[in-house]
Every structure is written in C-alpha cells, then in structure tokens.
Design a protein around this ligand. Structure first.
Ligand code: NAD
Length: 488
C-alpha cells in the first residue's frame, strides 16, 4: 500500500494560517501502534505556542470572519465537506497508521463524517436575533440574541480524532466562533491533515488553529488561558478535574465528555443471536478504546453459562491484526503505556477471583512489536471488583450474573459513571422500564453504540456534562444576550 506523502517529514503547528515550528523546537515521535515504528514527528507545542494560537484565534474572531453571513458559513462548510470526502481514503489511512484502528473502520467513517458535517452546515443560522415580548412601562423594544461565545479551546483524546475533531470544528464553523484544537500526543496526524484540507477548502486563517503537544503543557496552557472563552474537552475524568480547576481563572465555559463503565443488560428472553455479537462488539469495537464501551455485561442467571460460552465462541472468530490488512476487525491498543495498563487490569481481575473465560494475553508472533491484546472475557465477575469499577479502555469484558430486573438496575447504576447503557430483551415493558431506570446519557435497546449527530450524546455523573451533536450542541457555542431599546 502506498504511504501518503503527508507522512514524510516533521509536522508543524497551524497558527493564524501558517505552519510553524514549536517555539521550543522540540518534537514528539508519532509511533505506529501496529509495529512500534516511528513514522514521523509532531511539534511539541507549549505555553508560548498556545499564546500565539489563541491570539490568532482572537484576531480572526474579531475580524472579517465575524461579518460572514450564515449563508457564507454554510457554503464554506459544504465546501469543506466536499474537500474532505475527496481526500477521505488518505485521511482514513493516516488514522489507521497513527492510532491503529482497522481500515475497515476508519474508511467507514466517511459516511458518518459526511452526515456530521452536513448536520453542522444546516445549523449556521443558530446565532439568531429575535424580538422578545416585554412588560416594561413605556415604549421599549427588546431583542434577544444568541451571540458566538468567542475562542474555543478543543482538547481531544487519541481513540478516534478523525471523528472526534468534528465535535469542535463543526459547531465552531457553524456559529462563527474560532478554535484552537489540541489533539492527543499519541494521535495527532489525522487532525493535522484535516487542518491542511480546511485551509485548502477556504477556512480563513486563524479560524482553526492546531497546537500539538503534551496535555501537561499545551493542554494545560489552553485550559488555563485567560483569553479562551470555552473549553470543549473529551478525555478522562482525572484530566477533567484538572481542566475544571484551570478554567477558574477567567470562569470559562466548560464542556466535558468523559469515560464510562457502561452496563449492558441481557435478559433471559433476549434474542441471543443478536445480543451475543451485539454485546461483545459493544466492548471490543476499536479494541475497547471507546468511551461508551458496554464493559459490564449483566446476564440473567438462567442464560449466564450459555451466554458466556456463546460469547467465547464469537470472540474467537474476531480477527485481530494490523489495521492495514483488509480482513482485520480489531487493531492494536494505542501505546505501550495503554498495553501495560490493560494487562495490569487483566492481572487484577484474576487476582480478585474473576474467571478468565477467554483471551487475557498479549499477542506475539508477527504482532509482537505492536501493542496487541486478545479480546478478553472475565465471567463470574461481581460488581465490586476493580475490573467492574474502573475504566480499562481495552478489549476486556466483565460478565456479571443477575436474578431479576430490580437487581439488574441496582447493579447497573452502582457506578460513579453515567455515559451509556444497553438492554437486550424481547419484552417491551422490560425495555421501557430498564432504559428509563439506567442513569446514563444514552441507552440502547437491542443494539449498541449507534449515534445520530442530530440527536447527540452526553454524560451524567462522572461521565461529564454538556451535549455533543444536536441543536443543543450548536447553541452551547453561543451565549444569550438581551438588548433593551428605549424608543422614546
Ligand atoms: P486524557 O484525559 O489523558 O487525555 C485527553 C486529552 O487531554 C489529550 O489531548 C491530552 O493530551 C490532554 N490532557 C492531558 N492532561 C491534560 C491537562 N492537565 N490539561 C489539559 N489537557 C490535558 O484521556 P486519554 O487517556 O487520552 O483518553 C481516554 C479517555 O477519554 C477515557 O476516559 C475515555 O473514556 C475518554 N473518552 C471520552 C469520550 C466521550 O465522548 N465521552 C470519547 C472518547 C474518549
């Protein structure tokens, strides 16, 4: 397979429409997680670079861009859509090389990306001005405006930047805000290539800026910056806690999409032909590096053993390998650090008494130099074990038996997270009652992981706050403003 020319040479920061080196001149290796090879280097941006990028974003926000009409922004977003789709095979390949997901998955984002960009293109009229009724004595006219919030700092994780960046770029372009995005140090390449394409499509300089680098310097500087009006963060709750503290300086608005330990409940009446692969891939998709992964699979006791056996059989059919191979279904984990973390949880699971029903080892042979783990099943797990409480972010499923609906709901909600959940049943009443009772931002019934950008998603409890997708998301890039006019 031909490697994209983009992969050659060190990558720079995008600030004010120019590609420039980090002030420090330092760089970070971009490692292919399937092979462990260094592919190229990205710039290690720091505080000074973030300062420059935020200044460029502010300048753009207050300049010509602020006078663009909704129609102009819509046309621009649709142009971006076309340029991106024309180059999507290359973008998908870059994503596969950089973060490991199979080409079958990254290419499939083409349709999704198209839908998301078109969704935001259809909301460029969100910054409205409306006459509001008022009860004031005298002759007043009152206007209510929704005005763009300003400079947005976007901080995203490594598990799917090709997709994740659109939750920042989409509403930024739709509302007339500007953005500085800080991709994850482990996977920045698809964001950098997308940024090149945004410029090519005509996004004005300074509207979108990209500062690569580590979270503790570039990310922290962005979260603390006194001239950033809103931070949109996706990542772990520990980093989110630091971001909330960092946001206090100028009381910036914060949106947080964090992790989960989502329950997926399989009742005895479920159609197991659907529930087994559905629940299994609800954990294993993207090698388990998915925020909504349904990692706690609650199975009603009468079908528990059958479910474990069928899930084990299914799991053994999954092809794990280099994402460039056309038949690969699961790629590697992102890094050695993530591999160590996942293997540590596998060890803890065994030590705490969970039964290893499948997997549990790092893959060797021709995959030995990459960060590959077999899809893993622990059975006979209890909800208070470490593997059922902490987010592993790897292909590790915990199967937990339950007796009745009340117990399933109680155990499902016995977690500090609230991102998502699933229910598998043929009974309508069970489906309604349980989906209503699960404390989470999204619940799937007889399916798992589907997402419509027009509906959106968000977290509850320690899975964060704010909503991505839907009109609500666009509105969160605006702030409300009242204007009273005395006409006498
Ligand atoms: P992370 O929190 O370590 O890193 C996420 C981003 O934050 C990276 O860009 C990182 O460089 C940056 N960062 C790190 N420390 C920072 C700091 N002190 N200040 C500012 N920025 C900082 O998370 P991760 O390990 O890269 O990603 C995995 C986590 O992300 C999981 O918990 C997962 O569930 C979550 N996630 C959530 C969603 C969602 O939409 N809810 C989607 C994907 C991933």
């Amino acid at each position: 397979m031909n490697m994209p020319a983009f992969m050659n040479g060190a990558k720079k920061l995008l600030i004010g429409g120019e590609w420039i080196e980090a002030q420090s001149g330092e760089r970070i290796d971009a490692i292919n997680p399937a092979t462990g090879d260094v592919m190229c280097q990205i710039a290690r941006g720091g505080t000074g670079d973030v300062d420059r990028a935020v200044a460029a974003a502010r300048h753009a926000f207050e300049g010509e861009w602020s006078r663009w009409t909704p129609h102009q922004r819509r046309k621009l977003i649709l142009k971006v859509h076309d340029v991106l789709l024309d180059n999507f095979d290359e973008l998908a390949l870059i994503e596969t090389l950089d973060m490991g997901a199979p080409l079958a998955r990254t290419r499939a984002f083409r349709e999704w990306t198209s839908q998301v960009i078109q969704f935001y293109a259809s909301h460029t009229d969100a910054a409205t001005t409306e006459a509001a009724p008022n009860s004031l004595p005298g002759n007043f006219m009152t206007l209510k405006r929704k005005a763009p919030v300003g400079v947005v700092g976007g901080i995203i994780p490594w598990n799917g930047p090709l997709m994740g960046q659109w939750w920042i770029f989409g509403p930024t372009l739709a509302t007339g805000c500007t953005a500085v995005i800080k991709p994850a140090e482990d996977a920045s390449l698809s964001v950098l290539r997308t940024a090149e394409l945004l410029l090519e499509a005509g996004v004005p300089e300074g509207v979108i800026n990209v500062v690569t680098g580590y979270g503790r310097d570039a990310g922290q500087a962005l979260a603390e910056h006194m001239d950033v009006d809103r931070v949109a963060f996706t990542g772990s709750y520990v980093t989110a806690q630091s971001i909330i503290r960092a946001s206090a300086g100028n009381i910036k608005r914060v949106q947080l999409e964090l992790g989960g330990k989502s329950p997926d409940i399989v009742f005895a009446d479920a159609d197991l032909d659907k529930a087994v692969p559905g629940a299994a891939m609800g954990v294993y998709t993207n090698s388990g590096q998915v925020c909504v992964a349904g990692t706690r699979i609650f199975v009603q006791r009468p079908i528990h053993e059958e479910f474990v056996a069928r899930m084990r059989d299914f799991t053994r059919t999954i092809r794990v390998g280099n994402g460039l191979a056309p038949d690969t279904q699961l790629g590697p984990l992102i890094s050695q650090r993530q591999l160590d973390r996942v293997m540590n949880y596998v060890e803890i699971g065994g030590r705490e008494g969970a039964r290893l029903a499948s997997g549990g080892t790092r893959l060797g042979g021709e995959l030995a130099s990459g960060f590959f783990v077999e899809p893993t099943i622990f059975a006979g797990v209890s909800n208070d074990m470490t593997i059922a409480r902490e987010e592993i972010f790897g292909p590790v499923a915990s199967i937990i038996p339950f007796d009745d609906m009340e117990e399933a709901i109680r155990l499902a909600n016995d977690t500090s997270f609230g991102l998502a959940g699933g229910v598998w049943t043929r009974d309508l009443s069970t489906a309604h009652k349980v989906s209503d009772a699960i404390d989470a931002g999204t619940v799937w019934v007889n399916c798992y992981g589907v997402l419509d950008p027009a509906v959106g998603f968000g977290g509850y409890k320690m899975s964060g706050y704010g909503w991505k997708g839907s009109r609500e998301h666009v509105d969160s890039f605006l702030y409300p403003k009242a204007i009273y006019m005395n006409l006498d």
